[in-house]
Ligand binder design. Structure first.
Ligand code: CDP
Length: 253
């Protein structure tokens, strides 16, 4: 196999502004959310977003393990993000690596800032995110799934937490990067938004953007999060107040 050269980089943006999968810069991949997908967990959700498939399960508030992590004045939020060995093209080595530790940490911190943790001292709220199929944006899909799972578990929160990655691809600021765009693009910027207040509780960036591009990317991401928010609410309504309408809706810009 030869080395990857410029000729191997796919066309990420056509002259008439279409992306590798035909989307416009401000379009989301199709998103389907099922609230309450698992029987055992206190709350759960399954998210299919483009080619991503992500399951989230939530337990708690429950006894803290290990005990020494217990806090007397609030609940702790623990998150375990895991990518299945079969979730990517090249088999991923199973188990904890630095990437999953980092993602677990930023997701736990994001949720700690929206859950009313003071109401449940000396307990733990445990979030498990299992990526079954990955195609970029899995941490955002994980946040969306976990957020619906937390609501399904009845855990009081300021708001649901929609999340999406924006980025720069072939010189264009675009919403919701897929794998090729993430691999060959210039920047990737995942974010999670508290819709009511407009507060960002997760914001990371890999790559480079100008200040103007960053500002445009944030606006695009906030708009994307607001659409995702509607689908999250729909999934919860579907579970708790079914109307007999279609079980899932495809969200597109
Ligand atoms: O998934 P997310 O975009 O949140 O995180 P990332 O670290 O930017 O990874 C981007 C994508 O690279 C993942 O969604 C997977 O499709 C792929 N990936 C992979 O193929 N093997 C890994 N060990 C890690 C990521």
């Amino acid at each position: 196999m030869g080395s990857v050269g410029a000729k191997d980089v796919p066309v990420l943006m056509t002259e008439d502004g279409r992306r590798i999968d035909g989307r416009r810069a401000d379009e989301l991949r199709p998103l389907r959310i099922q609230a309450g997908a698992l029987r055992q967990a206190d709350g759960s959700a399954f998210v299919e977003w483009g080619a991503n498939k992500v399951m989230a399960a939530v337990y708690g508030p429950r006894e803290v393990h290990p005990r020494h992590l217990q806090e007397n004045n609030k609940a702790i939020v623990q998150c375990k993000y895991n990518m299945a060995a079969f979730s990517v093209d090249e088999r991923k080595r199973p188990g904890l690596d630095r990437r999953s530790q980092e993602i677990s940490k930023v997701i736990a911190e994001a949720f700690e800032s929206v859950i009313f943790v003071e109401e449940y001292p000396r307990t733990s709220i445990d979030i498990y995110i299992e990526v079954l199929q990955a195609n970029a944006g899995t941490r955002c899909a994980g946040v969306v799934a976990a957020s619906v799972a937390l609501a399904d578990a009845g855990i009081p929160m300021v708001d649901l937490l929609p999340a999406v990655a924006v980025g720069k691809v072939a010189g264009h600021v675009v919403l919701d990067l897929k794998k090729e765009e993430d691999n060959f693009g210039e920047a990737d910027l995942p974010m999670a938004l508290v819709p009511q207040s407009g507060r960002l509780v997760l914001l990371q960036m890999e790559g480079h953007m100008t200040r103007t591009e960053l500002s445009k990317a944030l606006d695009l991401g906030v708009g994307g999060c607001r659409k995702i928010y509607e689908e999250m609410k729909r999934a919860l309504r579907e579970r708790y107040a079914p109307t007999g309408t279609a079980s899932a809706m495809e969200v597109a810009a």
